[in-house]
Design a protein around this ligand. Structure first.
Ligand SMILES: [Zn+2]
Length: 123
């Protein structure tokens, strides 16, 4: 699902999209000339591979996303949650995929392994 950033107004626009087993459902609202706020709920399951035993498993997701989107390079570094869509097109699937990628970048353990208390996470 792609939405032109320029079409988002101060009236919240609802959206719903799915990608990779997750759904993202919420609204987009302009909060300044260059910035659109995304408030949405991410639900579903992420397929992961256990970093300990190599078994694949699913991790249920249910979390609120509160992001800022912009089609300009934002110079302040105060707001680290800003996502730039420099071509002016908000790509909702891209946002979902980046949530999946950031989860995959963590150490993930299946239920069997995370139930065990007799190991230490190796860094
Ligand atoms: Zn495991």
């Amino acid at each position: 699902m792609q939405i032109a950033l320029s079409k988002i107004s101060t009236t919240p626009k609802d959206f719903q999209a799915e990608s990779g087993g997750l759904s993202l459902c919420g609204s987009l609202e302009r909060i300044s000339r260059d910035v659109v706020a995304l408030k949405a709920r991410l639900k579903g399951e992420i397929e992961l591979v256990c970093d300990r035993c190599g078994k694949s498993f699913t991790l249920p997701q249910d979390q609120e996303l509160d992001l800022k989107l912009s089609d300009s390079l934002i110079e302040t570094q105060d707001d680290l949650d800003i996502i730039e869509f420099l071509d002016g097109i908000i790509d909702i699937e891209y946002i979902i995929q980046s949530e999946i990628e950031s989860q995959k970048a963590l150490y993930n353990y299946c239920k069997d392994c995370s139930d065990r208390e007799d190991y230490e996470i190796e860094f």
